[in-house]
Design a protein around this ligand. Structure first.
Ligand code: COA
Length: 252
């Protein structure tokens, strides 16, 4: 009897990958660790929620906080002037933030008086960019009335004091005055602090973006933008039309 060995390129790739992974991971030792590492390397899934807020109407007034100053930096000279007040503890270094501004991002900063006396210290920041949507390694060009929030951070000692809300209000006002209509961003579903802060700032979850990787083949998809805007339109009250005047009634 003759046996025919069929060649399946996909299976060969899978077998080769498994063998390579197994050899590399066996060196780390431990069957459980081996299995975990193997499954993670074969399959991984990341999910983010898309959040949106319309900028039609001004935000409600915030309670006064004379200690916290929030302001927007949209040029390198303005950034360099405040750079010495940015501590190194943030996720983004001063250099990284400067590079973002150089690439056209806008950075909103929250500043407080230094606890030990003289000067001021930046305690939070937010990075935003016009005309794009970006998530899980993908970037999509959109109209100039859409603003994407890349990241926000408040130093741990200052969290829970609604600094996020002030940062977002300052940023929203900046873009509102420059024709911004929609503010969007993404957030990890388990980031409770961020979700609470976003809800407080008037954002809604309107879709998802997911990134699945199987054997290092990466697939990313997101809720189509049209569906996001539709969801937004159906879930938010339409902007209030200005009351009709005698002149507009006569013109109608
Ligand atoms: C998300 C973040 C910017 C919120 O800033 P903030 O100024 O503390 O926001 P708020 O004061 O509105 O607090 C938001 C939530 O944080 C949580 N929180 C409160 N005090 C906190 C503290 N001391 N430490 C950590 N989280 C705290 C609470 O859940 C709070 O919501 P609640 O009061 O309704 O329960 C901040 O937690 C942060 O920098 N996190 C790490 C970076 C990050 O996840 N960024 C968002 C990426 S999408």
């Amino acid at each position: 009897m003759r046996t025919t060995v069929q060649s399946w390129p996909v299976l060969d790739t899978v077998k080769g990958h498994l063998a390579q992974r197994a050899r590399a991971l066996a060196a780390l030792g431990g069957a459980r660790g081996l299995w975990q590492a193997l499954t993670i390397s074969l399959y991984s899934r990341q999910l983010q929620w898309i959040t949106v807020k319309r900028l039609d109407a001004p935000d409600p007034a915030l309670p006064p906080d004379p200690e916290t100053e929030c302001f927007v930096v949209d040029s390198l000279p303005a950034f360099d002037a405040v750079a010495p007040e940015i501590p190194p503890a943030f996720r983004d270094s001063v250099k990284a933030l400067e590079a973002r501004v150089a690439r056209g991002c806008v950075v909103c900063l929250a500043r407080r008086p230094h606890k030990d006396g003289g000067g001021q210290v930046v305690v939070g920041y937010e990075i935003a960019e016009r005309g794009i949507f970006s998530a899980l390694g993908r970037r999509k060009a959109l109209g100039g009335d859409v603003v994407f929030s890349h990241y926000a951070e408040v130093l741990p000692t200052y969290r829970g004091q609604r600094i996020h809300r002030r940062l977002f209000a300052a940023r929203d006002e900046y873009f509102r005055q420059r024709g911004g209509k929609i503010l969007c961003g993404v957030v990890a579903p388990h980031n409770r602090a961020s979700l609470h802060a976003l809800a407080r700032a008037g954002h809604q979850v309107v879709g998802t973006v997911a990134r699945v990787s199987v054997l290092r083949v990466v697939v990313v998809w997101q809720t189509p933008w049209e569906r996001i805007t539709r969801a937004l339109q159906s879930s938010l009250p339409a902007p209030v039309a200005p009351p009709a005047t005698a002149a507009s009634r006569a013109a109608a």
